[in-house]
Write a protein that binds this ligand. Structure first.
Ligand SMILES: [Zn+2]
Length: 113
């Protein structure tokens, strides 16, 4: 809002359907111990939750800022479920970021990026 008022152009959010759809039948690469479903049929493209990735309100982060995550790991990262026993939310964030790096490498292996 402020950026619009003072004339700063809004950055363009990067969207890539091939990245999002590539999550189908991938293994979860976030792998939260005690939470992960370890089921490729439950894997989605999990978007980064911070503003550094372009997230703003209901607007999701850029599609490059994501990870292959099962719905359970994504729910913990999103705060819909508590961290698994013995983990803090900071541990969850670190695990998600490691999953993000694994996912970028995997996307490259698959020729998606
Ligand atoms: Zn998982």
């Amino acid at each position: 809002m402020t950026a619009r008022l003072i004339g700063i152009p809004k950055s363009i959010t990067y969207r890539n359907k091939k990245i999002r759809e590539s999550a189908r039948d991938e293994e979860c690469l976030v792998r939260l111990p005690g939470a992960c479903l370890h089921r490729p049929d439950a894997t989605i493209w999990s978007h980064y939750r911070g503003s550094a990735g372009g997230k703003a309100g209901a607007l999701k982060a850029d599609d490059l800022c994501g990870a292959f995550a099962c719905t359970a790991c994504d729910a913990v990262y999103d705060g819909q479920r508590p961290p698994p026993e013995g983990m803090t939310y900071s541990d969850v964030v670190v695990a998600w970021h490691e999953g993000h790096i694994r996912s970028i490498v995997r996307l490259h292996e698959k020729g998606v990026i």
